[in-house]
Ligand binder design. Sequence first.
Ligand code: ADP
Ligand code: MG
Length: 724
Amino acid sequence: MSANSSRLQAIQSITNRKPVEVSKPDHLGNIWAEDVFNLARMEWALSKSAFKAMKSTVQTGAPLDPATADVVAAAMKEWAVSKGVKFFSHIFYPMTNITAEKHDGFIITNPDGGAITEFTGSLLIKGEPDGSSFPNGSLRMTSAARGYTAWDPTSPAFIMQTDNGATLMIPSVFMSWTGEALDKKIPLLRSNAAMDKAARKVISLVGETDIAPLNSSCGAEQEYFLVDANFASLRPDLLLAGRTLFGASPAKGQQFDDHYFGAIPARVQVFMQDYEDQLYKLGIPAKTHHNEVAPGQFEIAPYFEAANIAADHQQLMMTLMKATAAKHGFMCLLHEKPFAGVNGSGKHVNWSVGNSTQGNLLDPGSTPHENLLFLLFCGAVIRGVHLHGPLLRAVIASASNDHRLGANEAPPAILSVYLGDQLEKVFMDIKEGKLMSSARGGDMDLGLSQILKFERDPGDRNRTSPFAFTGNRFEFRAVGASQSVSGPLVAMNTMLADSLDWIGTKLEGALAAGKSTPAAVIAVLQELMQQHGNVVFGGDGYSPEWHRMAVEERGLKNIPTTADALPALREESVKTLFKSTGVLSPVELESRFEVYAEQYLLSIEVEAKLVIDMAKTLIYPAAIDYLSTLSGTSAGMAAMGLDLDKSTAKLVAEHTNAMMLAVAKLAEALGKHDFTTVEEHMQFCAGDIRSLMNEVRLHADALEVNVADALWPLPKYQEMLFIK
Ligand code: ADP
Ligand code: MG
């Protein structure tokens, strides 16, 4: 079959495809959390005392005693078995962005050869996958590869359905035998605890006595692309790297702005509904879906939840999204930049902190007292982003997200905070001493709730800011679509904990010196703004002027690549931050640097090898074929005394040769191994390797628009983006 006939066949299969069979829609009430062993189900299945113990574990993190664990395990198994489950698995989140599982059967045999099911509290609580197969930095030698998974009872167990089976999934942490965190969940739980402790102190200093446990919340907006699987299977780059490494821009891209919020294509709508019904069964509150900016790009956002649950749900959403898309004949791309020239995909992490007694602390209240707390928490975020901008950049660093950050479609690689005009003015007034309490104290006007009602208007949002206040939460917009939300949440919670701790100490001093509460709060915030106000920026984050000003006048860092970003994890200030808050020990932090650096090197290496392979075995043969046709025709025509214009042949020959020259240079660069440090190796990838890959692509893409369509082997951008 010639190259183009597979392409044509792909188009034909798509045109003639039969719709997938989907079930009839059911009431939300009938399917909501149907596959989750949540508190409501436990209340029904457990004795009163066991339920009470379990509830306090879920709600306050109190340890679970073994006897209760046995009772819970038995009830969980009974429920699961009644739903056809035969296997269970601890599900955990290694330092890569993936989700990991190890499945075991409930089955045991008895002496008569019969099969029965068994599930004890200890099986529920602890699992032992072979830890050596997961990246661990240098935390654990392969010879001592014991890793433990341990149930996180604050995240409910659930059932994963497949067409002919079901598995009980138990959300778990993953640690080494020496107790070090090997995953993304442990630091998240610890960061939440650190934030709770520091926040509690500040809240009580402001005069509150009844303070419920604080939790961080997260609502993540997930962008993604759908490409028909018939095309994807003809693109080795999509299959292995998740993005196109070649591809000329189509005549039509996103310039008409006609896709964003447009009518959702019927086939996609069917996929979305199928997907969302599965999410509802798993208790995941899918809330919003719409077309995104680029053709073929969409977004889904669940309603926000406690950060730990939201992070688990986010992982599950990504897994299910890919599986459901496949069922509907699509490949779901979560890569941050699958197609050059059209927008990439991000995952905006909306984040706030609060509790049941004070409510959302990033929501301005209706009284000046509530607004004082709001200003303190907001100030703490400002200080955190200023001090730890490079850390925030590091936790979103990946080879794939580098394509997005810094381009004019995503927040820049400079971390600044957007507050909105009116809140910015409040903070600037505080900085300049214009917002002081009167001598008697307490009667200053902080009518923020009125102001901020206006701020909440989405029209007022600044889409060019990486870190924006949006009325009652911050939105970290620079996170990549394929990334786990845990890293960003850990960084945000931890920097908040650290800043609240600083604020607590300052407040204590000011109050002890006899200041009134409002006066003390404003004085602390004034000091904070004088030191950290530089990070607040409301202008156009994409403008070259900001890039210059941020660095030269504000002293902020512009950190364009992962190679530049990851070394922040080795900075003393970051080590101190994580150690002092108890979120990550220095070895745990170092292991993260090592794992992320290795991931970066591996991703670039895989892509570079693919570039070489595809250029040599797909693109070069197509170009040669075309040249052979042209030269044959030219010779034949010359024999007839006719002349064929040679400019196309010349152009194709030139690009073919130049492409192969670049391929040779890339292959040679890939062979270089004499790096003294991993930092040096990363820089080499970010610089030399990536620019050589671009050089190969430049010529290949020029060939695509000059070689006969009939010979071109790879599905083209307009086909992948527009044919659904
Ligand atoms: P937009 O596209 O306008 O930013 P979306 O409605 O698409 O907004 O997504 C906003 C996300 O923020 C949702 O997941 C929503 O549940 C979440 N969210 C709303 N309030 C909060 C809050 N207080 N804390 C954390 N997340 C929130
Ligand atoms: Mg949105």
